[in-house]
Design a protein around this ligand. Structure first.
Ligand code: FES
Length: 206
């Protein structure tokens, strides 16, 4: 897969129409492309650039800032295992070592069947539930090695339909009816910028 499918291009145009400037849709469209292909391809970024009127380099410049956008293929399930301090104290490093041994890959690797990628990550804000991990950014709390083995078996058997393939942000896509759109105007089209009002009140703020 490369460029956005016709269905996703139509959805992309719908998303773009929600913003005062097409460029503001860069990140939502990157998510859409990642949901389509599992990662963000060069072709999809070029297509996004066409749709929002910027260069592919500008799309790349935005996307490459964010770790959640994957520019290379990853597994159907990306497993982030936290080894930061709380999780480390509660067995996070042992859990990572177990995951690597079980799946036969190191952190950053993907299994040959394309099912799993493991990542060794910093704190994922679930310290009270240590050791914690995420599968496609869905939290798994207080994970033992037995829990991990069960998780992998369930994912392989298709028993975890609460965890969609990598790239899927939500199970329900937001839809805006026409009468719910905010009709926002771009800053340069607004009649009186806020800072002028402040200046008239004697503020030194430019
Ligand atoms: S240290 Fe692991 S979630 Fe915070």
């Amino acid at each position: 897969m490369a460029r956005l499918t016709p269905e996703n291009e139509a959805l992309a145009r719908d998303v773009i129409a929600r913003y005062p400037r097409p460029k503001s849709a860069t990140i939502p469209l990157c998510h859409l492309a990642q949901e389509q292909d599992g990662h963000l391809t060069d072709e999809a970024m070029a297509h996004i650039a066409e749709l929002i009127g910027v260069t592919p380099a500008e799309v790349l410049g935005t996307a490459s800032f964010y770790e959640m956008f994957k520019r290379e293929p990853v597994g159907r399930y990306v497993i982030n295992i936290c080894t930061n301090i709380s999780c480390q104290l509660m067995g996070g490093e042992d859990l990572l070592a177990h995951a690597e041994a079980t799946l036969g890959i190191g952190a950053g690797g993907t299994t040959d069947d394309g099912m799993f990628t493991i990542e060794d990550v910093e704190c994922i804000a679930a310290c009270t539930e240590a050791p914690a991990c995420q599968v496609n950014y869905r939290y798994q709390h207080k994970v033992t090695t037995e829990d991990f083995d069960r998780l992998i078996a369930d994912l392989r058997a298709g028993r975890r339909d609460d965890i969609p393939p990598h790239g899927t942000l939500g199970k329900v896509r937001q839809e805006l009816r026409g009468d719910q759109i905010a009709n926002i105007t771009a800053p340069e089209q607004q009649s009186e910028p806020v800072w002028i009002t402040r200046s008239e009140q004697g503020s030194k703020t430019p």
